[in-house]
Design a protein. Structure first.
Length: 254
């Protein structure tokens, strides 16, 4: 896929993976529109890159998604929809009563899964009107093997992974011009996991691999540990599970 000259919409584009993607898409000749819930972060991104367009929007809210679609339509539309925004709630001991657990799970599902489908549905006709267009859905290493600490987050990403594969096959069957990519990051060095001591990949390295995957039409883009875990899980699923869920993780549940 050719990136130069394309217009890309990046949800959660003002920080972490999204902000690094903003930088690299701009560097590769794309026009970039970013969204996010934090106006201060959007302003800071705009200050650093005046050429980008920053729009405040919460992907978990239908009214925000509809308003975003109208604004983007008024700007001439997009060629690439990068569903990058994601949330994770702090680990909760599932073995004890906790009113926050369901609320956290609903919130994760609204952002990580339903929010993606909502935007895809809104922008589908626009994308299909383009000669070459794409949807990028960000799943996770935890869509392959779930985490004992992040059970509901893992579930949202597994749901998104299945949806992404089905959406790709569906669009290919109807000979649509819209390509569907899945980005599977390992643990990435962002504010979301700043307090975790585990090995982390830099956002720069992750987005480098994303750009390569887009250019080569590699529809499933597994990066770093995600690639290794995918093959290990096929051969030795119990070993793969233990690699993701280490003994020290179980201690956090007590």
């Amino acid at each position: 896929m050719d990136i130069q000259g394309k217009t890309v919409l990046i949800t959660g584009g003002a920080s972490g993976i999204g902000f690094e993607a903003t930088k690299q898409f701009l560097k590769n000749g794309a026009k970039v529109i970013i969204t996010g819930r934090n106006q201060d972060k959007l302003n800071a991104a705009k200050q650093q890159f005046p050429e980008l367009i920053a729009l405040k929007s919460d992907v978990s809210k239908a009214e925000d998604a509809n308003a975003l679609f109208e604004k983007v339509s008024g700007l001439g539309g997009i060629d690439i929809l990068f569903n990058n925004a994601g949330v994770g709630v702090p680990p909760i001991n599932l073995g004890v009563a906790n009113d926050k657990h369901l609320a956290g799970a609903v919130y994760e599902m609204e952002v990580n899964y339903f929010g993606v489908i909502r935007l895809n549905n809104l922008f589908m006709d626009m994308l299909q009107s383009r000669r070459e267009a794409a949807i990028i859905n960000t799943t996770s290493i935890l869509s392959i093997v779930p985490s004992v600490l992040e059970a509901t987050y893992s579930a949202t990403k597994a749901a998104l992974a299945f949806y992404t594969k089905s959406l790709r096959s569906h669009l290919q069957a109807i000979q649509s011009s819209v390509k569907v990519f899945e980005l599977l990051p390992p643990l990435v060095d962002t504010d979301m996991v700043a307090d975790r001591p585990d090995k982390k990949m830099s956002p720069e390295k992750l987005v480098d691999e994303l750009i390569k995957g887009l250019r080569n039409d590699t529809y499933t883009i597994r990066v770093g540990d995600t690639k290794a875990l995918y093959f290990l899980n096929r051969l030795m699923p119990e070993t793969a599970y233990k690699m993701v869920n280490k003994k020290e993780h179980y201690k956090q549940l007590k």
